[in-house]
Design a protein around this ligand. Structure first.
Ligand code: ADP
Length: 311
């Protein structure tokens, strides 16, 4: 059994015609990178436990129902009667790419407290995946670090460092990553995720810097050009370097491709596939996810991924 920790939030995005009837309207989608990873793992055949917090409101009901429909167990999905569900408002930046503005401070998502995943739960999982956004907020930052420090030997940890400086009050992204990376077996990121924390260079240079900061393995995604990964001898899968150029597909929406990639990487590595094969598998999951609209909705099942891998 695997465990995913992080936010499930509602993305409010400009409605496409037909979505809500008007081009001026917003429509809701289930989102949050860790929620996408949890659903991605489920669609690939093995649903994880998901430690997340939702408000006792309509958005929380919608997320809880979506997670249940996707086969994610409700055991660690907590409802907070005193705080609203987290939200993201999706816009377009000057380049036409989607931008996300997060409403998280004071929401149920960030109210995760130290000790709220108990040792018995941790003893029963063989993989823990942590989303980085909650590190910007207290008490979720302390809760996440507390949890990472209690992960038993032999349980692998993956981490998606997708926060930004200034996200939470007084949040120091670089200092937080320095604290977290030594507790991580594999960090999966795009350059855009880690450059704001002070890491520089191309994917191989970024990977080396992340490993020098303590992660046993670093995997850097680079859009349609696939991904690069570097693992030290201390990694659970042994020392390796791999470069995979991705799969050419007719991409219609790349939103959430990084989360699909993470779900693919966690699936392949936790199944014991060799590191280079795991990178190819993750690229296939991510490429398949770009061929449909949306992030969570576009996550592929195992059959679609195997089809792409078979060529
Ligand atoms: P993020 O979505 O986090 O910004 P990337 O843009 O690097 O991250 O994309 C993540 C992964 O999604 C890539 O490593 C690749 O496997 C896949 N991907 C992204 N865009 C495309 C595309 N146009 N065609 C095929 N695969 C893609």
């Amino acid at each position: 059994m695997r465990l995913v920790v992080g936010e499930a939030i509602v993305d409010l995005h400009p409605a496409e015609t037909g979505d809500a009837g008007s081009a001026d309207a917003y429509a809701r989608r289930a989102g949050g990178a860790p929620a996408n990873v949890a659903v991605g793992l489920s669609r690939l055949g093995d649903a994880p436990l998901f430690r997340t917090r939702l408000g006792e409101d309509g958005f929380g009901d919608f997320l809880a129902a979506t997670l249940a429909d996707e086969g994610v167990p409700a055991d660690l999905v907590e409802r907070d009667p005193d705080a609203p569900t987290g939200l993201a408002v999706v816009g377009r930046d000057a380049g036409g790419d989607r931008s996300f503005s997060l409403y998280l401070d004071g929401t149920a998502s960030v109210g995760l407290r130290p000790g709220s995943v108990d040792d018995a739960t941790l003893a029963g999982v063989d993989w823990v995946h942590i989303g980085g956004v909650l590190l910007a907020f207290e008490p979720a930052r302390s809760a996440t670090i507390d949890l990472l420090e209690r992960v038993p030997d032999g349980t692998s940890v993956s981490f998606d460092p997708n926060a930004r400086p200034g996200l939470g009050r007084g949040f120091d992204y670089g200092a937080t990553l320095e604290r977290v990376l030594p507790l991580v077996d594999v960090v999966v990121a795009s350059g855009e995720d880690v450059r704001p924390a002070g890491f520089a260079g191309d994917p191989p240079e970024l990977a080396r810097s992340l490993v020098a900061a303590g992660a046993h393995t670093a995997v850097l995604t680079r859009g349609a050009a696939g991904a690069y990964g570097f693992a030290t001898d201390d990694a659970p899968w042994g020392g390796a370097e791999a470069d995979h150029g991705g799969f050419p597909v007719d991409a219609v929406d790349t939103t959430g491709a990084g989360d699909a990639f993470t779900a693919g990487a966690v699936t392949a590595l936790s199944e014991g596939r060799p590191f280079a094969d795991a990178l190819a598998y993750a690229n296939a999951v991510a490429a398949a996810s770009t061929t449909a609209e949306g992030a969570m909705t576009a996550l592929p099942d195992r059959e679609a991924v195997e089809g792409l891998l078979a060529g």
